[in-house]
Design a protein around this ligand. Structure first.
Ligand code: UFG
Length: 346
């Protein structure tokens, strides 16, 4: 029988790529999404890319009025595990509206845990973030690095990680992997699904892509006076399809464990690129100009962070395969074929 996996936030940027990977591997998928930061068209595109058994439950995991429906649906689906990606993720907004972040991200996790418990499906892969390392470590940073988030968004990630660890410690039937993502970029190589941010993009790649396609005039490079090789910030960009494969590898790893437990695993490439290097790679891939201006540093940014990704290789047999040029080429294919994201008229 096919493995049955609940994917919360499955219509979003990372979730849609995870769903395609799971369906392509013959798994059955139930997406729970409230479309607060996702487009229904993404569902149609997932189906187009990967035929298989895909169900949708349009509900808000953080809304107590939806709890009963969610618990019933996870049970009826016959779930045996979940990949938990639903949550809010804008750092600036989390500073302005911290309670919204605690309520939404932690509330959604509590509901999912209740539903999995009721379905006796005690396996969860959680979408955490390298942001949990804050500014406390030199790169490459491994999973034993000190944690301490610098904003409410990051703190919700840490709290949920800890919650899942407490759960696994109390009940040995729970199997948990907290995946600490570095900077996911790129899009499915088909150009059919990709990142479609609401409003002005916060993150570098969607911003560069919108400049290259002519939706925005220029990129602001936040600081060129960091102690890095060209003065701009260095990050570990990882292709979203590599990242999606990492989730499948984590599920397979958990299924093969003799006992339950919880652990943290970095998903990154292990290599860092500066903002200016990313811009240059995107220009090469798109053959478009990407005008930019040096601006002051963005509050809360750090000079450099990239992964030690050896644990994922050792335990999951996974490593990132796609180069920065492939990330840019695929990101550009998505952006140029869908200049207005999922609202693009075809
Ligand atoms: N940058 C610019 N101009 C921009 C946007 C970003 O120069 O318009 C620079 C940043 O200063 C940084 C690099 O590009 O040096 C990457 O910035 P991103 O915003 O793309 O990503 P961050 O590394 O800042 O990570 C942030 C949060 C993470 C979160 C991640 C994904 O800190 O917690 O976005 O949402 F997981």
């Amino acid at each position: 029988m096919a493995q049955k996996i609940v994917v919360t936030g499955g219509a979003g940027y990372i979730g849609s790529h995870v769903a395609v990977e799971l369906l392509s591997a013959g798994r059955d998928v139930l997406i729970i999404d409230d479309f607060s930061n996702a487009h229904p068209e993404a569902l149609a595109r997932i189906k187009e890319l990967a035929p298989g058994n895909l169900e949708l439950l349009e509900r808000d995991l953080a809304n107590p009025a939806h709890n009963d429906d969610i618990i019933a649906a996870v049970k009826a689906f016959g779930a045996d595990s979940a990949i938990h990606l639903a949550g809010l993720k804008a750092v600036g907004q989390s500073v302005a509206e911290p309670m919204l972040y605690y309520r939404t991200n932690i509330g959604a996790s509590l509901t999912l845990i209740r539903a999995l418990d009721a379905a006796n499906a005690k396996t969860i892969v959680f979408s955490s973030s390298a942001t949990v390392y804050g500014e406390l470590n030199d790169s490459p940073v491994d999973e034993a690095g000190k944690t301490g988030a610098a904003n409410p968004y990051g703190r919700t990630k840490l709290i949920i990680e800890d919650m899942l660890k407490d759960l696994a410690a109390a009940d040995g039937a729970w199997r948990v992997v907290n995946l600490r993502y570095f900077n996911p970029v790129g899009a499915h190589p088909s150009g059919r699904i990709g990142e479609d941010p609401n409003g002005v993009p916060n993150n570098l790649f969607p911003f560069i892509a919108q400049v290259a396609v002519g939706r925005r005039k220029k990129l602001m490079v936040f600081g060129d006076d960091y102690p890095t090789r060209d003065g701009t910030g260095i990050r570990d960009y990882i292709h979203v399809s590599d990242l999606a494969r990492g989730h499948l590898a984590a599920l397979d790893y958990l299924a093969g464990l003799e006992n339950g437990g919880a652990l943290d695993i970095n998903l990154g490439t292990g290599a860092g690129y500066s903002v200016l290097e990313a811009v240059a790679a995107f220009k090469r891939a798109s053959n478009r100009d990407v005008p930019y201006e040096i601006a002051p540093r963005r509050e809360g940014d750090i000079a450099e962070v990239y992964a030690n990704a050896k644990l994922a290789q050792k335990l999951l047999g996974w490593r990132a395969e796609k180069t920065i040029d492939e990330m840019c080429a695929d990101h550009w294919r998505w952006q140029s074929n869908n200049p207005d994201g999922y609202n693009t008229k075809v």
